[in-house]
Design a binder for this molecule. Structure first.
Ligand code: HEC
Length: 140
């Protein structure tokens, strides 16, 4: 009798834990592009996409951001190291890889980045992210 009660209580607790974990991951997936950007990119690239002069390059008014999507997807997934020049300013800090984000999340972030602050470029799809993930890190 005591054993069966114990088993029932354990089962209920287990179900509760599983439900909580599932709801948790759903909530993460439901974040929109702007929310994901705020959480994962804003500290460096800033709310207005202008970055920090000499430290973090701008994503606003940067031709590379609105160009073909493959390179920028690879940068977000695997990071970037080495000197770059954006709008005649030099940058040379490592960009940390963000590959723990899933394909949908990265597509949503880049859709946001490519259609705000005056940027106007084609959306990025999860399929494009999946393909770029296979290409590995971009070297410059
Ligand atoms: C810790 C700071 C930091 C965070 C967080 C960060 N970045 Fe960066 N990012 C950088 C730095 C620094 C560079 C420049 C790398 C270099 O000089 O080689 C860069 C470069 C880039 C570039 C390439 C710009 C160019 O003109 O070549 C893109 C695209 C980019 N970041 C997008 C993002 C996105 C999207 C996120 C969020 C998912 C993000 N970054 C998060 C610091 C950061």
């Amino acid at each position: 009798m005591k054993t069966s009660l114990f088993i029932i209580i354990s089962a209920i607790l287990l179900i509760k834990i599983i439900t909580r974990v599932e709801t948790g991951s759903q909530q993460v997936d439901q974040l929109t592009g702007v929310q994901l950007y705020t959480k994962y990119c804003l500290t460096c690239h800033q709310a207005d996409g202008n970055g920090v002069r000499g430290m973090f390059p701008p994503l606003a008014g940067n031709a590379k951001i609105t160009g073909p999507s493959t390179d920028i997807i690879r940068i977000v997934l695997f990071g970037l190291e080495g000197p770059i020049t954006v709008n005649e300013r030099d940058y040379n800090q490592p960009m940390p890889p963000q590959g723990y984000l899933n394909d949908n999340q990265i597509a949503d972030i880049l859709c946001y980045v490519r259609s705000n602050w005056g940027n106007m470029a084609q959306p990025v799809t999860a399929d494009e992210v999946a393909k770029a993930r296979k290409l590995g890190k971009l070297t410059n």
